[in-house]
Design a protein around this ligand. Structure first.
Ligand SMILES: Cc1cc2nc3c(=O)[nH]c(=O)nc-3n(C[C@H](O)[C@H](O)[C@H](O)COP(=O)(O)OP(=O)(O)OC[C@H]3O[C@@H](n4cnc5c(N)ncnc54)[C@H](O)[C@@H]3O)c2cc1C
Length: 398
């Protein structure tokens, strides 16, 4: 067992780091209040930011938005370990990179889409021209997603969709819905679902903003009123969407901003070293030292799961239980890190980003609220524990 990166991997890491330092606006990392694991503090959710678009175009030119995809589809043809190295560095600098199309939709199309669909969608996604949002959850279908009610019925070469999606993160700044709909209401719930791609600009799509707990516009509710979608936009086979969805959810659970945890932890530790309380640096306080040591260990544990899943993908294995473990460990870490930040900063930690007294530009105060979303999105912690108990330990369904 060798825990080191190869020379080629180390060289790639340096190349990524050099690119970020050269191309990312100098003050970006410090200004960006993104909380690792959260959904609600990503700056790009609020507006389409020209700086972000320029940076992403630079990544796309190098094939880095889709590093592990084959070159024929616009990827860089690199390994999954190299992809993980890239994401670790990118998230360390809070730099923008992947989104639903590059991390979830594209890999699922690669596995289950027809060759025609791959040729139509993958190069556009790799160029960063096409953004997807996840149209899964409905007002009455969250953890129990198989009870979704949005219907699609046949009309010649098209399907006509009626229904509502909710919690639709970034729908307002994306181009297409990556969507599950019910196509056979007579079949058992899991067997009548189809996965397809729907243009946001189709007549009958209405996107309404929802403001999140941090006060940002990150998600929406979306209504579909007789929306016409060409059947060629169906991914894989009709009525087999549930199976593809399970794989897509595993891809989603592997998207972890590992470097972001390290960066934010370093900033909180630095704060504890520099800030005095009763004439002594906070870092002398036994309680704070304990807390920080505990988080440091948990970050290392999370890193191990992070590299393990990338290694599995390179071996042709599908991380399923491992994806749930990684999701669970890192999202609970997101919450523990926020709690630790609050304890280190005391009352100052509660100040919002527009106060001149707020440490780290209010990142901890926003993160304390945002980390709750981490435990819910992509399947709640309870659902991840159920998956680990059933598929990992072979325990009966709860
Ligand atoms: C910030 C944020 C962003 C999101 N973004 C998106 C998005 O972009 N697209 C999208 O489609 N969805 C999105 N979601 C929705 C998310 O996937 C759902 O909120 C989640 O699956 C839970 O569903 P629910 O909210 O209906 O809660 P429920 O399913 O009603 O769950 C309520 C509680 O019951 C528990 N529970 C439910 N079933 C079980 C069980 N079988 N065993 C044990 N406990 C159980 C849950 O863990 C939870 O604590 C987002 C959610 C959040 C918070």
């Amino acid at each position: 067992m060798d825990f080191r990166f190869s020379e080629k991997e180390e060289a790639f890491r340096r190349e990524v780091e050099d690119f970020i330092k050269k191309e990312l606006p100098a003050d970006w990392t410090e200004k960006n209040i993104y909380w690792p694991g959260g959904y609600g503090t990503l700056a790009e959710f609020e507006v389409v930011n020209p700086q972000i678009e320029r940076f992403r175009r630079g990544l796309a030119e190098k094939g880095w938005l889709t590093i592990s995809w084959p070159k024929e589809y616009g990827g860089a043809g690199r390994t999954n370990i190299e992809q993980a190295i890239f994401h670790e560095r990118i998230s360390y600098y809070r730099a923008p990179a992947g989104e639903v199309a590059t991390e979830i939709g594209g890999p699922t199309i690669m596995l289950f889409g027809s060759e025609e669909m791959r040729r139509e969608w993958l190069p556009r996604i790799a160029k960063g021209e096409t953004r997807f949002w996840l149209a899964y959850s409905e007002p009455n279908a969250g953890s129990d997603l198989a009870s979704l009610q949005t219907r699609a019925v046949d009309d010649g070469d098209d399907l006509i969709i009626n229904g509502q999606k909710t919690w639709s993160t970034a729908a307002h700044v994306s181009h297409y819905a990556w969507m599950v709909v019910r196509t056979d209401p007579t079949a058992p719930p899991h067997k009548g679902i189809t996965l397809l791609i729907v243009d946001n600009n189709s007549p009958g799509v209405t996107i309404r903003p929802l403001i999140n707990i941090c006060g940002f516009h990150s998600f929406n509710e979306v209504f579909f009123d007789n929306v016409r979608v060409p059947k060629k936009n169906i991914v894989g086979e009709r009525n087999k969407g549930w199976y593809y969805l399970m794989v897509a959810l595993d891809f989603e659970r592997l998207v972890i901003p590992m470097g972001g945890f390290r960066r934010t932890f370093e900033e909180i530790t630095q704060y504890a070293k520099e800030t005095k309380h009763n004439g002594q640096p906070l870092s002398h306080e036994p309680l704070i030292r304990n807390k920080l040591a505990e988080i440091a260990i948990q970050i290392e544990v999370a890193y191990m799961f992070f590299w393990q899943t990338a290694w599995m993908l390179d071996k042709g294995l599908v991380p399923n239980i491992e994806a749930s473990v990684l999701k669970l460990v890192t999202t609970e870490l997101s919450q523990k890190l926020a709690n630790a930040g609050m304890q280190v900063m005391g009352h100052y930690g509660q100040l919002e980003r527009n106060s001149k007294w707020s440490p780290l530009r209010g990142r901890v105060s926003a993160g304390y609220l945002d980390c709750i979303s981490a435990l819910v999105g992509a399947g709640t912690s309870e659902i991840q524990r159920n998956i680990i108990a059933m598929r990992g330990l072979g325990l009966p369904r709860g």
